[in-house]
Design a protein around this ligand. Structure first.
Ligand SMILES: [Zn+2]
Length: 167
């Protein structure tokens, strides 16, 4: 039989894979987020720089950092509005995304911003934002357990049945 006559037989099928992965040394951040609505960063034991998102060792001097509770208010450093994204978030578009410097942090955290008035004049550098959390039964110990809203919309967002402020 010559190659010209070769015909591959193809079958469509589905592979499902269940897996788990560890957050390793950063697990405490996700556990406190899920259980207690706390946002934990780390503070370098040598130079005092406060990292958020947390780093187990300081990225500047490489010394160990220790856990510290972060403020849940902060300021937008850089932002944009998202109009297209992956299937996991497509139902939420449009939404904002920003590097947010929490009030006692030295670094920026990349996180989503929701607003009733999602316009570039409101979601921009210098605007004040505050963290809103999913309800306990909906929190999974993931970054999607919380998001930020403009500070003047905070009370409105936490009055929705699906969301909570921090205790
Ligand atoms: Zn350091």
């Amino acid at each position: 039989m010559s190659e010209d006559n070769f015909q591959a037989h193809e079958i469509r099928d589905v592979i499902k894979i269940q897996y788990k992965y560890t957050m390793g040394g950063q697990s405490k951040f996700f556990i406190e987020l899920k259980e207690n609505k706390k946002l934990l960063g780390t503070k370098c034991t040598n130079c005092g720089k406060t990292w958020m998102p947390p780093r187990i060792n300081c990225s500047e001097c490489y010394e160990p950092a220790e856990w510290v509770e972060m403020k849940q208010t902060g300021t937008i450093k850089v932002s944009t509005i998202v109009w297209y994204t992956t299937s996991a978030f497509i139902q939420s578009v449009p939404y904002g995304i920003a590097f947010i410097q929490l009030d006692n942090a030295d670094t920026g955290l990349l996180q989503g911003i929701f607003s009733e008035n999602l316009v570039p004049s409101k979601i921009k550098k210098g605007e004040r934002v505050k963290a809103v959390f999913k309800r306990r039964e909906d929190r999974e110990g993931k970054m999607t357990d919380f998001f930020f809203v403009p500070e003047d919309e905070y009370e409105m967002w936490i009055s929705k049945p699906e969301y909570e402020g921090s205790a």
